[in-house]
Each structure stands twice: as C-alpha cells, then as structure tokens.
Design a protein around this ligand. Structure first.
Ligand code: ASP
Ligand code: MG
Length: 411
C-alpha cells in the first residue's frame, strides 16, 4: 500500500493530469492518490470568498463561473463526458445558506477546488485504464469546527478511512487533500497547503509502506530554486531535520505532515513529477546529517514587540497571558526573543493580526514592524552570516553554533 500526493502544480492543466496518469499507471500496489486543487484554484476561490464577504455578489458569482469554466475546459481537453467531471450544482451553492461567519464560509467554498480536481482526475483515470474509487474526504476525514485550520479527530477518521479503503477490494483510490468535515457534515479545511498533511495522515491510518509527494522540484533542495541559482539536492534527511526545515518555512513540505509518518516510521519521498524515475529525496529514520548549509525564507512576517507597562518581568508574569492571546487569534509564531521587560515575536502576517494587536495593546505597550522576511540558515558559518547580512536591514538576529535566524526588512 502506497500513498501518492499530487500538488496543484502537477495538475494545473490537461497535460499535468495525463502525466499523473502515467505515474500512477506504473504502480501496481494498492494506492491512495491525494490531490490538491488545480493550479492556483485555491487562491481564486479565496477571492470568491472575499468578494462574497464584501457583499460583491455579482463579482463572487463571476469569479466562481470562471473557476468552473477553467475546470470544464480541462475536462473537455481530456475528453471527459461532462457529467462525470463536473461538480454538481449542489456543491457550488453549498454554503450560501450558512451563517455570516467568514471562516465557515471560506471552508464551504474553498473546498470546491479539491472536489473538482479529484473528480476530474478520477474520471480521467477511469477512462484511461486505471479503474479507481473516488472518496469524499468531508465524510471520512472528521475534524472539529475550527474552520480554516480544523483539528483532525484521529480515532474517528482512522476508523472511517480504514473501512472505506481496507474493506474495499479496489486497488486505486482518489481522494482530496486539504479538506475534511465535521461529524455533522459541515465542510472544513486543514490550513493552506494542507494536502501533504492529508497524505501523511492517510499513510498513518493505513500503515502505508511509503508516501510520495510529487512536486515541481527535483526533491528537497538546500534553498528555494526560485530565489537561488545553484541549489543542491538533499538525498536523505531525518524526520527531525525535516520538521525543522518545514517549520522554518521551507515550502517543500507542510510542517504538520512529518509527525504522522514519523510515528509509524513511514518513509516520505519527495520526487519530481516531470522525471518520475529520478531518486528525489527521502525523509526517513536516518542518522545522516545534512552536509550543506540550508537556506529557508519565511515570507510575510511581522515583528511584534510587547513591553510591560509597569516594569513587571515579562517572562515570569506575562508569558502565558501573551501566548494565550496569540493562540486565541491563531497567530503563527516563527521566532521569539525576550529581555527583562519586553518580548518580541515574529509572526506570519494574517487577517487575524490586527485583532490580536488590539487585545495585546490593552495590557502592554505594543510596537510592530511590517513587511519582513525571516531567513533561517541551518548548518551556517560566521562567513555565511556576514554574507547574508550585507546590504540588508536586519531587525533581529539569533544565532546558535549551527543555525542563524535573521529578521530582514523587505526591500
Ligand atoms: N489547495 C490547497 C492550497 O493551495 C491545499 C494544498 O495545495 O495543499 O493551499
Ligand atoms: Mg497547493
């Protein structure tokens, strides 16, 4: 039993879907295929949600039709009969009746990306020699009601997913990444780029032999090839190293996807979808150390500094209060620095930040800087740090013997 995950870039058009068929057809094991939304569909659906939220209903409907058209065009190019690849009208209007809650609305609408891509892929495989069963994750991956960042109910999901897949003699299954549902049937999402996490969870639930994440890069590289020219492939790395890289902001894999595979010691491969026989990288139980410096950029950062108003010691008196607020507003902390009376946190910029700052302001003097990036360099040297600091405005720097973290003002 294997799990394959294909991201948005691998199914961005008809040629991509055919490429997936080729990769899948070469496989003879029982196989679960986890697929993301096609290309930039999730971003496009986010724009639908925003338009709806701003009461620009015409614009929302127009954007939704464009998304539907985009999928219909791909399905047509793949030669699929319309009724097999199209999402039903019920899917498209699902959510309109929901209460006025942004996050709930978001999940109801944004789910469509994966529902559409998985239907198209499943239908195309079925028509081209790969019989398969399409499964609906909102009914199988059961979560709580934390819309946009739903927490998975492991026991219930394991039970349902095992029953749907292990008790079914079919060999190939096509499922959606990123989306789930509550026990009452409301749709939820696991957080952006969450399809890797879905793949890892399914592998864990089914005791899969491996997970392969098919990507538009040769494997796990020591830097982002969109930023750096001469990147180096890291052939093998430990779960621990992988989680550190992912948490620092390496885009190659979602940070949450390491734990479910680590728990069962399932190897996770990252392979290029345009060169399926290339070795790629493997995350597994290994003592091998990464030999090259690794550069990880985490974009869209804000640095928030809280100062106690009354000279109380911030770490002793206020830390849990501050982090309670941060957690409640769902801020993602990427770095922490403290002194006697101040604490600074670097967070991902999100739509929740303003409210969190307002609440923090009630108890502390808060200042912040916007428009920042966090560069983490693992396996660094003093020379590398000097080099990276050159010509940049560094707001904060943390170094240990092997790791440097620089909070950099964007140019
Ligand atoms: N389609 C979702 C996103 O773009 C999930 C994923 O790609 O993993 O965030
Ligand atoms: Mg994606």
């Amino acid at each position: 039993m294997k799990v394959y995950k294909f991201g948005g870039a691998s199914v961005k058009d008809a040629a991509g879907v055919e490429n997936v068929r080729r990769i899948v057809a070469a496989q003879t094991d029982k196989l679960v295929i986890v697929v993301s939304a096609m290309g930039k569909t999730t971003n496009a659906l986010e724009a639908v949600v925003d338009a709806h939220w701003e009461h620009h209903t015409d614009e929302a409907i127009e954007r939704l039709s464009a998304i539907r058209q985009f999928h219909q065009n791909i399905a047509a190019e793949l030669g699929l009969p319309k009724d097999e690849s199209d999402t039903s009208a019920a899917d498209l209007v699902y959510g309109l009746a929901l209460p006025d809650n942004y996050d709930e609305w978001y999940d109801a609408i944004v789910c469509l990306g994966e529902l559409l891509s998985s239907r198209i892929l499943s239908a195309y495989l079925a028509h081209n020699g790969v019989p398969n069963v399409w499964l609906s994750m909102p009914q199988l991956l059961i979560t709580d009601h934390t819309y946009r960042e739903a927490k998975v109910n492991m026991d219930e999901s394991r039970k349902r997913i095992r029953k749907a897949i292990m008790d079914n003699p079919a060999r190939v299954f096509v499922v959606q990444g990123f989306i789930g549902g509550t026990i009452e049937g409301y749709r939820t999402t696991l957080g952006r780029e969450g399809s890797d996490y879905t793949a890892a969870l399914i592998a864990n639930f089914l005791d899969s032999d491996s997970v392969t994440i098919w990507k538009d890069v040769p494997g796990i590289l020591n830097a982002d090839p969109r930023i750096v020219d001469n990147t180096i492939l890291i052939p093998e790395l430990s779960y621990h190293e992988a989680v550190e890289l992912a948490y620092s902001g390496a885009q190659v894999i979602h940070p949450k996807s390491i734990r479910p595979v680590e728990n069962k010691k399932i190897p996770l491969y990252v392979k290029p979808f345009n060169d399926p026989t290339a070795p790629g990288s493997v995350i597994c139980e290994t003592l091998k150390k990464v030999e090259v410096p690794v550069y990880i950029w985490r974009k869209n950062q804000m640095l928030i500094t809280m100062r106690a108003k009354d000279f109380s010691f911030i770490l002793e008196d206020s830390l849990s209060h501050i982090f309670d607020i941060i957690k409640r507003h769902r801020l993602k902390v990427s770095l922490i620095q403290s002194s006697a009376v101040t604490i600074s946190v670097c967070v991902d910029k999100s739509r929740y930040v303003d409210k969190a700052i307002t609440e923090l302001n009630n108890a502390y003097s808060v200042t912040y800087n916007d428009d920042l990036s966090l560069l983490t360099i693992r396996g660094t040297t003093p020379e590398i740090i000097c080099q990276e600091e050159k010509g940049r405005v560094i707001l904060l720097k943390q170094t240990t013997r092997r790791t440097a973290r620089l909070v950099i003002k964007n140019k």
